[in-house]
Write a protein of this length. Structure first.
Lengths: 200, 127
C-alpha cells in the first residue's frame, strides 16, 4: 500500500538579492512565503515614494491613490518573478510608471470621445496667472510637467521630482542611457518654454 | 521665490550630459527639496492595499490546476451570477407582458394566431 507523503513546499529564495538591503531581503522573502505583515511593511516603506511618482505622472488627480494601490497589487501578484536584480524601489517605480502611462493613455482615449474645448489643455499653452502665482517651485514644475507628452513626462518625473540619476532613469524605463539624455534635454527645454511664460 | 524661479529656468537651460549629471541633479534637489516631502496618498493607504489583496484572493483562479474541470468551474463562477440575473429578468419581463411563462411565451410565440397558421398552411398547399 503506497504511503502518503505530506507535501512540504521549500521556502522561496531570491536568486540575486545583492541589490537589496539585508532588512528588505528578509522582509521580501517573508512576503514571498505568504507573510502578510511583511508585505504590509513593504507597502508602508515604499508608499510615499510610489505615491509621489504617480502624482508626478498624473498630476493632482483622484486616480493617484488607485494607481498607487494597483502598483502594490501587481507587485504582490508577480512577486515570485522578482529576482532581486534591481532594487525593490526601482522595480516598484517601474510598475508605477507603466501603470501611470496606461492611465494617461486611457484618459487620452476618453478625451477623444468626449472632446470639449474647455477640458483639453494644449501643449505649449501659456500658464494662467493663478498657476503662475503658485508659491511652491515644486508646484510650478508639477503644473508644467502635466502639459508635456508622456515620454517626456516620465523622464522628468523620475529625474527632477524623484531624484534618480540618468542611469537609474534608463534602468527604470528600460531604455538606453543616450535616449534618456536626449529626452531629458528636450523635456527640459519644453518645460522651460511652458513655465517661462508665467506672469511675475 | 523669484530668485529660485530664475535659478530653475537657468538650470533647465543647461545641456545635460553624462559628465554633469550628478551636479545638475544636486542643483535640482537643492532647489525643489527632498522628493519624499510629498505624500499624495490617503491615510489608510496600506489598509486599502491589504484589503484589495484579500478581496482578490477569493477570485484568483486555481494555481496548479492543469485540470480542465476546475478551469471550467472557475469560468462558470464568473458568469453564473450575471447569467442567472439575465434569465430572471427575461422571465419577469415575459410574465409582466404575457401573464404566463410558458415555453411559447418565452419564445415570443404567444401572439401567433391560429388563423395566420391556417393561412400559411393553405398557401403552401396551393403549390
Amino acid at each position: 500500500m503506497p504511503v502518503a507523503i505530506p507535501l512540504q513546499l521549500a521556502p522561496i529564495q531570491l536568486l540575486n538579492p545583492t541589490m537589496l538591503p539585508n532588512e528588505e531581503t528578509t522582509m521580501l522573502q517573508k512576503a514571498m512565503n505568504g507573510n502578510q505583515s511583511a508585505f504590509r511593511q513593504i507597502v508602508d516603506l515604499h508608499q510615499r515614494h510610489i505615491g509621489a511618482t504617480v502624482r508626478g505622472m498624473l498630476g493632482n488627480d483622484i486616480a493617484v491613490d488607485d494607481v498607487a494601490q494597483e502598483t502594490f497589487i501587481r507587485f504582490y501578484k508577480s512577486m515570485q518573478n522578482f529576482k532581486g536584480q534591481a532594487s525593490l524601489k526601482t522595480y516598484l517605480t517601474r510598475i508605477a510608471i507603466n501603470l501611470s502611462l496606461n492611465e494617461l493613455k486611457k484618459r487620452k482615449r476618453q478625451q477623444q470621445i468626449f472632446r470639449s474645448s474647455e477640458t483639453i489643455t494644449n501643449y505649449g499653452e501659456n500658464m494662467t496667472k493663478d498657476e503662475g502665482k503658485q508659491s511652491d517651485i515644486r508646484e510650478i514644475i508639477h503644473k508644467g510637467i502635466e502639459r508635456l507628452d508622456d515620454k517626456f513626462k516620465s523622464v522628468l518625473v523620475l529625474r527632477m521630482l524623484q531624484g534618480y540619476s540618468t542611469k537609474e532613469t534608463a534602468e527604470i524605463l528600460d531604455i538606453p542611457l543616450g535616449t534618456v539624455l536626449s529626452r531629458l534635454n528636450t523635456a527640459q527645454k519644453k518645460l522651460k518654454e511652458i513655465i517661462g511664460t508665467r506672469d511675475g | 521665490m523669484d530668485q529660485d524661479y530664475q535659478k530653475l529656468l537657468n538650470l533647465l537651460d543647461t545641456d545635460l550630459t553624462e559628465s554633469n549629471d550628478k551636479e545638475q541633479l544636486q542643483q535640482f534637489q537643492e532647489l525643489i527639496g527632498s522628493p519624499s516631502k510629498v505624500t499624495p496618498l490617503s491615510i489608510d493607504f496600506t489598509d486599502k492595499v491589504m484589503n484589495r489583496i484579500e478581496d482578490e484572493k477569493g477570485e484568483v483562479a486555481p494555481k496548479d490546476s492543469g485540470e480542465l474541470m476546475s478551469k471550467i468551474v472557475y469560468m462558470f463562477q464568473r458568469v453564473a451570477l450575471s447569467g442567472a440575473a439575465a434569465i430572471l429578468l427575461l422571465v419577469a419581463y415575459t410574465w409582466v407582458n404575457d401573464g404566463s411563462i410558458s415555453p411559447d411565451a418565452l419564445l415570443g410565440l404567444s401572439y401567433l394566431e391560429n388563423t395566420s397558421l391556417d393561412f400559411s398552411a393553405a398557401f403552401n398547399n396551393s403549390f
